[in-house]
Design a protein around this ligand. Sequence first.
Ligand code: ASP
Length: 336
Amino acid sequence: MTNESKPRVYLVGTGGSISFVGRTRTDYTNYSYDGKHLTIDELLGRVPEALEFADVRTEQFLNLGSTDVTPDHWLGLAKRINQIFRDDPDAAGVAVTHGTATLEETAYFLNLTVKDSRPVVVTGAMRPPTGLGTDSDVNLIDSIRVAAAPQSVGRGVLTILNNQIQAAREVTKTNSYRLETFQAADFGFLGYADSDEQVVFYRRTDRAHTVDSEFDVEGIDQLPRIDIAPAYAGADGLVIRALAATGVDGLVAAGLGSGSSPPPFMAGLKEVSDAGLPVVIATGTGSGRVMQTRRFTEDGYIVADNLMPKKARILLMLALTKTKDKAEIQRMMLAY
Ligand code: ASP
């Protein structure tokens, strides 16, 4: 096959462990301290096999650890990917390399703001390319394979690590070091990019995304500021009142269990909500729903259903670019 007849995949580098250069082959922990990264071309150069699957066009969007990634970067990346799709109607898809720390957040933001049904596939690595047994190379190839595969179209933004394809809405990093860290607690993975060279899917996510999303970041230069207040035994609302006093645009409470939290914490939430701040209640448990109970409804809260707090924050940011109406924001929380 000539390059021209292969699907064209844009490979966008943003940094992360998948790019970090450690000092030794057994450095799995301190490798980020020198701040040295391979470029996206160097990463691709390690895996010429990837070119069997696609004609790959690289671009270096950022080269940072993902703890340095901010909502401003999300805006820029979403706009850049939309531009790629606009400029190249024949592009098969886009693969993005990213640090694992905030990978799920960037992926979910893109899931709501990329205006194309072609695949956007985000990958990272738990071991840097300089480490023994690194997962960088396989994850990179897999991201290109999944982005090139026609069966990936129309499934929203995907993540791939450890051969497992996951939905951006559902996936969460669950372990600080293990390779199988990315999981989707209530749902399981969508499919595999496997060693028989097949990209196989078993299900699709049901919530709206990409072309069905009502959010448009084209004219937006700054997102509303939303913070997350975690609940725990003895949490008394100090953090909630302090955040509200700094002028945040909204709050997500990472509540206990089904969303209820210590009474003084709930009193803090009620106070700021009554003063007009949009408050979303999510669960801090790692999975499960927060329901529109009588109390939450009477008290004027928006509930996150089973969106985890970090993702409810992203959705609230985008919702507030369109409306301040709580009922409308609640509708959005249940739709995406
Ligand atoms: N510190 C890294 C980051 O950029 C962690 C990783 O990529 O696994 O998020």
